[in-house]
Design a protein around this ligand. Sequence first.
Ligand SMILES: O=C(O)c1ccc[n+]([C@@H]2O[C@H](COP(=O)([O-])O)[C@@H](O)[C@H]2O)c1
Ligand SMILES: Cc1cc2nc[nH]c2cc1C
Length: 333
Amino acid sequence: MTDLSTLAAIRSALAGAPAPDATARDGASDRNGQLTKPPGALGRLEDLAIWYAGWRGEARPRITAPQVLVFAGNHGVTARGVSAFPAEVTVQMVANFKAGGAAINQLSDFAGAKMAVHALDLDRPTADFTQGPAMSEAEVCAAFATGWTAVDAEADLLVTGEMGIGNTTSAAAIAAALLGGTGWAGRGTGVDDAGLARKEAVVAEGLAANPDRSGLGVLAALGGREVAAMAGAIAGARAHRIPVILDGFICTAAALCLFAEDKTALDHCVAGHLSAEGAHQRMLNALGLDPLLSLGLRLGEGSGAALAIQVLKGAVACHSGMATFAEAGVAAG
Ligand SMILES: O=C(O)c1ccc[n+]([C@@H]2O[C@H](COP(=O)([O-])O)[C@@H](O)[C@H]2O)c1
Ligand SMILES: Cc1cc2nc[nH]c2cc1C
């Protein structure tokens, strides 16, 4: 069992993360050059397949066991009027996920993925981060460990999603702390102009009340339990060489905390989609990630990333299933 009981222990676990398999990646690149298509004609699908092959350590991989993990948490900062919905919606939506009634249930089924929901201490919201850290070191580490251990070692692809009323304010505060500047707050579930102004003010207060600017320090101070669990799952997947598709604004903020610790921490990740939350593009730019889809989604739950499983499956199916020029007797150019 990996020790994740302190931030120092988590930092050591991150430092021990594996790299992709260069032999498998080169083998996949070589195979890609022999497939029955003009060079580069499958565009970004070709890069995706080669990237996936490197992480899985197989030149001709398959995707047969995607996993979708949805983490839920409650936020003390909701007391500041930062969401269009009441905090009770978090626990109510967890019941909906368990009953199969949410968008992510449909999108996971449609992608052939196994979905699980983890509700993290919903009856104990994090502290209001305008007054000091949202979580103690023990709390953030426990949430991170929940995410890390939720990853199925037998999965061959992971999507991390979340549910947490108030968490777009938390994600905006994380981005502001780690990337600087203002204007990170957006409409979330649909706040009006006054709500948006409150969010921006709450973010500024949160930064003033919490001076630590390390990735994990910011995760503890301004994140939430579901945000920490997503960071843990993203890092835990890496330990098993499981590639990850990131979801929207909140998931990307969780990933940003890992990136702030180590610039290679997201090498096993792709951005599933561009959220309609205004500052998501800016966050992706800072991470150097180019989203696979842009459909105006702003739901969370892992929904955009679950939809993007289909794109990655398509890329890997073409790569591993297509005939080569020699096999098909097609004249190469
Ligand atoms: O993933 C996104 O980009 C996204 C953008 C806006 C809202 N959300 C979802 O809406 C909730 C947070 O919104 P809010 O307004 O309560 O901060 C939370 O449950 C998220 O899953 C998610
Ligand atoms: C209904 C509802 C569903 C959600 N799913 C993710 N965030 C959400 C926020 C609301 C309000």
